[in-house]
Write a new protein. Structure first.
Length: 1061
């Protein structure tokens, strides 16, 4: 075989060499033929180029000959021209024959022939023109350019064809060169093949001999290497021949099987193997290698559980394949066994864990689906029976009150099982006591199932706990072996059951709490009703107490004011001081009561604010007027900065005035002598306010250089009845309500108040109030009404009423009807109104007042709201409905002074008891009752260096019936006072040369003018020294910044009353 193989190889090599030589010779012949053909084509191309050149040169020469003929006129050139035309035609025909093989050139030739014909026709035409018209016509014809254009087109076409032929020439030359090189190379190749073939045959022969020698050695080495490989492989390898005899078993196979006893396939039956899926034993002819030798099939990854020679059990993956010879004949088989015991075990663990997880999910769903204890227990035991084979089970829950476990659920058991046990009693009691699971081999135990006795293999007792609290014990019985991890799974499940039982207990407790909460809510609702009743009783008590307290205070304040103003006769200095003290104390006490009652209203949510258009400048000045006197006594500098052109703002004038007054009075109270108090008012944008809901805000800032407020005390400052220090409480008067009221009233306006203070350096209080105007959107005002008790008043401006002759009765007196059920309050009003020139009638009830008004036709009515029978509101409604009284002014003077309601019902003015005489005078002045007939002849001297100030004061006195004199300097004032002896002098202190102090000294030193009352009206800050200088010499000192008609006229009345006029 080997000899024949070598011969075959040599013969094949020889034949291959001959074929190679024949192929090379044929290729050489083809190359030579191609060389010859391409050479002919090159010659052909040169011929085409020559013909193209003949056409071009012929045309050019023809044109030259014709031009010579035109120039010389000799006929000899005519013959030459015809000869040249014939040559051109001949060359064109030959060119057409040469290019028949080239379609592209043939197309180009057609165009060339056309151009050539056009050129020859043009030459003939030119000749005809010469012969008929002469040289000038020819010259003109040539200059036109038409012949030249035809000639250029012809030459271009010739060039195109030449270019095409040159490209073909280059290609054909290249092909000729390639053919030559190819023929040469093939010739060399033939020579090389001949020489190499012989050498190769010799080399192949020698190589075959060498290969045979080395192959025998390689086989020996390969067998040794294969043995080494098989010996180190971690898998078992079995190799057998076609008869089933094992020719090779590696050490890995012996290690897997625990030894080797097999020699051939007939011994397979001696080994125990099982199919993993079914557990069926593997027969001898079912092993993979036996099936491969029988059918030739390849088997991959076939699992089998085996019992090894040493008695151990393993799982193997069997892979078998047939072995074939070169002819494809089956010569044997190979089997590779892989030990997959650990892998299979891991896979089984994963499947078991997934099974456990699925059970836990189902159990969690069961726990979450019901709040009924028996459904949870029964469902859990059923789940364990169906999925894990615990066909008998019971669940004992723990009763904490009796320390016993009672059977609440069972599965697959009869009625003879223990129904309860104590903690620590028996195995179940010990499990419950220790909180540790127990597994019992119960092969000898017999359980009654109801049909027959049942003997389980294992019984598990598992405690159910939640945070070390005993809840239940679960008992499970099974006929299967408890696999590894089963008990841990059941303990986790018991923990989940513990959480579910705890949640169930919480749910039941929550239901109980909900029931208790419902009961408590009903009790709270009942108590709330009681609290509401108590709140109503408190409100009624506050209303009654406010009336009971204010009624006597009204009399005290009213009569003390009448006494101190001298309306009931002159008093001694001591009596006057006492009446002043009574008046001030009464006012102070009344202010405290009002603060307490107002705070109670605010905290009860019953305080409302009445929005009305307010001049903020006048409001601030009026508030400052109250504190200036006290500031002057303490030598404090009080200043104000108010933004110009603020216009009117809608707010509750009374409450905002109280805010400003409280802040200013606090600043004055806690600022040492020589300090300063400053108030600034401006309009700011809403975005500058944190959390601002309004487009603009009114900012009121009151700053002082006082004692300051410690930071730790600032948080308590706005609480009612709170002051910053007990020592201050003893040093300064007050209840601690002022700042609390400021905060509450600012909040009623939907505003805020803030504080910035440094100890011993001063404080700054900032109040922010929403800027509301007359064109405020109704929606915003409505929201304010609802949320903050804000009410708008379309009648905020009190229309002035001019008294005409119809108001005077036959005797010329004005008639005032006082509607008041309290005698003391009525008496105070009588004295005050009589001092203003009114005749008084009184009615104690609203019904009597209606009758008396129809009879007396009063010019003015004062109305108390709290009246027996019909109250003041009802009276006002009835009164204003009568057309006769529609224009009669009604002034409400009552403890209950609802300004918005009063004005809406037609009241001309609303005032709160006790009513100061100054305020009453101001109100009467606004209503037009300011003319005093008895004062017509009185004279007043106004002394001021400012003409505008003189004009203003003069206008006020003129409206009061005074005859006024004006002096624009101190000396003029002294001279006019001595000359005219006026009844009243209004004096400015700040004048050039002779100031107001000099005027006072000069007039008081003169007996003629010493008794004339003097009212000082000045822009100067009055110091304590100034007051000492003026003490006893002037009736009143008023600052120009506090000047207003009502107050000024009130001071005039008071000054004149002191003279008995």
């Amino acid at each position: 075989m080997k000899k024949l193989s070598t011969e075959f190889r040599l013969l094949a090599g020889l034949m291959f060499g001959l074929l190679l030589l024949l192929s090379a010779g044929w290729q050489l012949y083809r190359s030579l033929q191609d060389y010859r053909e391409n050479s002919l084509w090159v010659t052909h191309t040169y011929q085409v180029l020559d013909q193209l050149n003949d056409v071009r040169s012929g045309v050019l020469e023809l044109e030259s000959i014709q031009r010579l003929y035109f120039i010389t006129g000799e006929d000899v050139f005519t013959g030459q021209r015809d000869s040249k035309s014939a040559q051109i035609s001949q060359a064109s025909k030959k060119l057409a024959e040469l290019i028949t093989d080239n379609p592209r050139q043939h197309l180009l030739y057609k165009n060339l022939a056309q151009k050539l014909e056009e050129r020859l026709s043009a030459l003939d035409k030119t000749l005809q023109v010469y012969q008929t018209e002469g040289y000038p016509a020819v010259r003109k014809h040539l200059i036109s350019g038409t012949p030249r254009i035809i000639m250029e087109a012809l030459l271009m076409q010739i060039n195109n064809m030449e270019e095409e032929e040159r490209v073909l020439l280059q290609q054909r030359k290249t092909q000729v060169e390639n053919n030559f090189v190819q023929a040469r190379n093939i010739g060399l190749l033939v020579l090389f093949i001949t020489l190499a073939g012989g050498a190769l045959l010799w080399w192949q022969f020698k190589r075959d001999v060498d290969q045979r020698t080395s192959a025998e050695a390689a086989v020996r080495d390969s067998e040794a290497l294969l043995k080494q490989v098989l010996d180190i492989l971690p898998v078992g390898v079995f190799i057998c021949d076609r008869n089933g005899s094992l020719t090779k078993i590696n050490p890995g196979a012996k290690a897997i099987w625990g030894g080797s006893r097999m020699v051939n396939l007939e011994q397979y039956g001696e080994y125990a193997g099982w199919w993993p899926d079914t557990g069926k034993r593997i027969e001898a002819d079912e092993w993979g290698l036996a099936r491969t030798l029988k059918s030739g099939e390849t088997i991959l990854n076939e699992l089998a559980d085996i019992r090894c020679f040493d008695g151990s059990r393993k799982t193997i993956s069997n892979n078998t394949a047939p072995l074939h010879d070169n002819n494809g004949q089956l010569v044997g088989g190979v089997s590779v066994n892989v030990d997959v015991t650990e892998f299979t075990l891991t896979e089984r663990k994963l499947r078991t864990a997934a099974h456990y997880d699925e059970t836990q999910v189902k159990a969690q769903n069961l726990f979450a689906a019901s709040f009924e204890r028996h459904k949870i227990f029964d469902g859990l035991l059923t789940l364990l029976a169906e999925r894990h084979g615990y066909l008998m089970s019971a669940l004992y829950s723990y009763d904490e009150w009796y320390a016993r476990f009672r059977c609440d659920a069972s599965y697959g058991l009869g009625h003879d099982i223990p129904r309860e046990f104590e903690l620590g009693e028996g195995l179940l009691g010990q499990v419950a006591l220790t909180g540790k699971s127990n597994s019992l081999d119960a092969s000898r135990l017999s359980l009654q199932t109801g049909l027959a006795n049942f003997s389980p293999k294992h019984v598990l007792m598992i405690p159910v706990l939640y945070q070390e609290h005993r809840l239940a014990v679960m008992v499970l019985a099974t006929t299967n072996n408890v696999i590894t991890g089963e008990q841990a799974f059941l303990e986790r499940l018991a923990n989940q059951l513990g959480v579910a039982l705890h949640n169930l207990r919480q749910y039941n407790d929550l239901k109980l709490l909900a029931e208790q909460l419902r009961s408590s809510s009903e009790e709270i609702a009942a108590k709330n009703q009681q609290l509401e009743q108590a709140s109503r009783m408190k409100s009624e008590f506050l209303a009654n107490m406010s009336h009971e307290l204010r009624t006597p205070l009204n009399a005290i304040v009213g009569f003390s004011e009448i006494l101190k103003d001298g309306l009931m006769g002159s008093l001694s200095s001591q009596q006057k001081d006492a009446s002043v003290d009574i008046f001030n104390s009464g006012k102070h006490l009344l202010a405290l009561i009002n603060d307490i009652l107002d705070l109670s209203k605010i905290e009860a949510g019953k305080m409302q604010i009445n929005l009305e258009p307010t001049n903020i400048n006048a409001l601030v000045q009026s508030s400052m007027q109250v504190v200036r006197e006290q500031a002057s006594l303490q030598n404090l500098q009080v200043s104000a900065k108010i933004q110009e052109n603020l216009g009117d703002i809608w707010l509750d004038e009374v409450k905002v005035k109280q805010i400003i007054y409280n802040l200013l009075s606090n600043a004055v109270k806690f600022t040492p002598a020589g300090g300063r108090v400053h108030i600034s008012v401006r309009k700011i944008e809403g975005y500058q306010v944190t959390g601002g809901r309004f487009e603009h805000y009114l900012e009121i800032m009151v700053s002082d250089s006082g004692i300051g407020i410690p930071e730790e005390a600032q948080a308590e400052l706005f609480k009612p009845f709170t002051q910053i220090d007990n020592s201050l409480s003893r040093k300064h008067q007050g209840t601690g309500l002022g700042l609390a009221m400021v905060k509450r009233m600012a909040e009623l306006h939907e505003g805020s108040v803030s504080l910035n203070s440094i100890t011993d350096k001063g404080s700054t209080f900032t109040v922010l109030l929403p800027w509301r105007t007359a064109n405020l959107p109704g929606k915003l005002r409505t929201a304010s009404n609802t949320d903050s008790g804000i009410t708008g008043n379309s009648h905020a401006h009190v229309a002035e009423k001019t008294t005409d002759s119809s108001h005077h009765h036959s005797n010329g007196e004005l008639l005032a009807l006082i509607i008041e059920d309290d005698d003391q309050a009525a008496e105070v009003l009588r004295v005050q109104l009589e001092s203003e020139g009114f005749r008084i009638v009184r009615a104690s009830t609203a019904e009597a007042a209606l009758a008396m008004a129809g009879k007396e036709h009063p010019d003015l009515i004062t109305l108390d709201i709290l009246l027996p029978g019909m109250d003041g509101w009802e009276f006002l409604e009835h009164f204003k409905q009568h057309p006769l009284f529609a224009s009669t002014p009604v002034v409400i003077i009552s403890i209950v002074a609802d300004r918005g309601r009063g004005l809406s019902l037609g009241a001309a003015h609303v005032m709160q008891k006790p009513i100061a005489r100054e305020n009453l005078t101001t109100a009467l002045s606004v209503l037009g009752f300011c003319n005093d007939p008895s004062a017509i002849q009185k004279t007043a001297l106004v002394v001021d260096d400012d003409p505008k100030a003189v004009k203003l004061v003069t206008a006020q006195l003129d409206s009061f019936g005074y005859k006024t004199l004006a002096a624009l300097g101190g000396q003029d004032g002294i001279n006019m006072a001595r000359q005219y002896k006026p009844d009243l002098i209004v004096l400015d202190l700040m004048m050039p040369e002779i100031n107001g102090f000099d005027v006072v000294e000069a007039l008081k030193s003169d007996t003629v003018t010493a008794s004339i009352p003097i009212i000082v009206l000045t822009a100067k800050q009055i110091t304590a020294d100034d007051r000492i200088r003026l003490n006893g010499d002037v009736k009143k000192v008023m600052e120009k910044s506090d000047f207003n008609h009502g107050r000024f006229i009130g001071e005039v009345r008071r000054a004149m009353a002191g003279r008995g006029k």
